[in-house]
Write a protein that binds this ligand. Structure first.
Ligand code: IGP
Length: 262
């Protein structure tokens, strides 16, 4: 079974919500990145979203753009991330979702990309610049049991597109909390509760909310309509501020998970 789906089934049986973090691959460097991923597994992060840095991250706000840029300057590329995950998989079973832009996949070769993901154990893909209508080429290679699942993104304006997006969706549904880019401080969409409930009603698979979340308090009011949440920009900022101190990173995760499931 796919690691994401296995983990979410396990959480469902325990009536627990999932805590998902996003980090840009290659920071503070490849070795440090690997250490942080292992520490995250120990601290209780349920699923890791690992960003493949890209020069033109159109869906990302300043914090992730900057992280992406710094990682590229350190020489991070898809091949190096594959190597890192391959090594990591000797001692770490955390479900991993790649967040990346389609150009990187096209450049690598779509079929070869999927095969490598399956081989080394990448469990899911989030590709924000690949609209549903354009997913056919990639999907033709995703049928295998070991291949990653393609996570569908739903936004407050998806509305009548939701049934189409959810049909055959795998892993989880990513509900974007607001319009715009990642790391927004301006709050969630005004009808976020209704919007999440509507998606949840139509979805057979877990619903995760992301964009603009910093602490478990931020999701307190919508907790009953979601199966978990995703923290990206704030988590990156926190790691930077903590100078990648493992204990501080772990404490944040432990605290968030605890509050999320209270
Ligand atoms: O940074 P935020 O606001 O916490 O949002 C999550 C987000 O970082 C992560 O899921 C993500 C990073 N880049 C993306 C692009 C599209 C969708 C999602 C993402």
């Amino acid at each position: 079974m796919n690691r994401i789906e296995a983990k979410l089934a396990e959480l469902k049986s325990k009536k627990e919500k999932a805590f998902i973090t996003y980090m840009t691959a290659g920071l503070p460097d490849m070795e440090g990145c690997q250490k942080i991923i292992k520490a995250q597994e120990e601290a209780g992060t349920d699923i890791l979203e690992l960003g493949i840095p890209f020069s033109d991250p159109v869906a990302d706000g300043p914090v992730i753009q900057d992280a992406s840029y710094r990682s590229i300057l350190k020489g991070t590329n898809l091949t190096k991330v594959f190597d890192m995950v391959k090594e990591l998989r000797n001692s770490c079973e955390i479900p991993i979702v790649f967040m990346m832009y389609y150009n990187t996949i096209l450049h690598y070769g779509v079929e070869k990309f999927v095969n490598t993901c399956s081989e080394i154990g990448i469990d899911g893909l989030i590709i924000p610049d690949l609209p549903f209508e354009e997913q056919g080429e990639l999907k033709q290679y995703l049928g295998d049991e070991k291949s990653p699942v393609l996570i569908q993104l739903v936004s407050p304006v998806s509305k009548e597109r939701v049934p189409m997006l959810l049909k055959d969706a795998r892993g989880f549904v990513y509900c974007v909390s607001s319009m715009g880019v990642t790391g927004q401080a301006s709050g969630f969409h005004k009808n976020v509760e209704n919007y999440l409930a509507e998606v949840k009603n139509q979805s057979d698979i877990p619903v995760m909310m992301g964009f603009g979340i910093k602490t478990a308090k931020d999701v307190e009011n919508v907790k009953h309509t979601i199966d978990g949440c995703i923290v990206g920009s704030h988590f990156i900022q926190l790691m930077e501020d903590a100078e990648y101190n493992i204990e501080k990173i772990k404490n944040y995760i432990i605290e968030f998970k605890k509050q999320l499931n209270e």
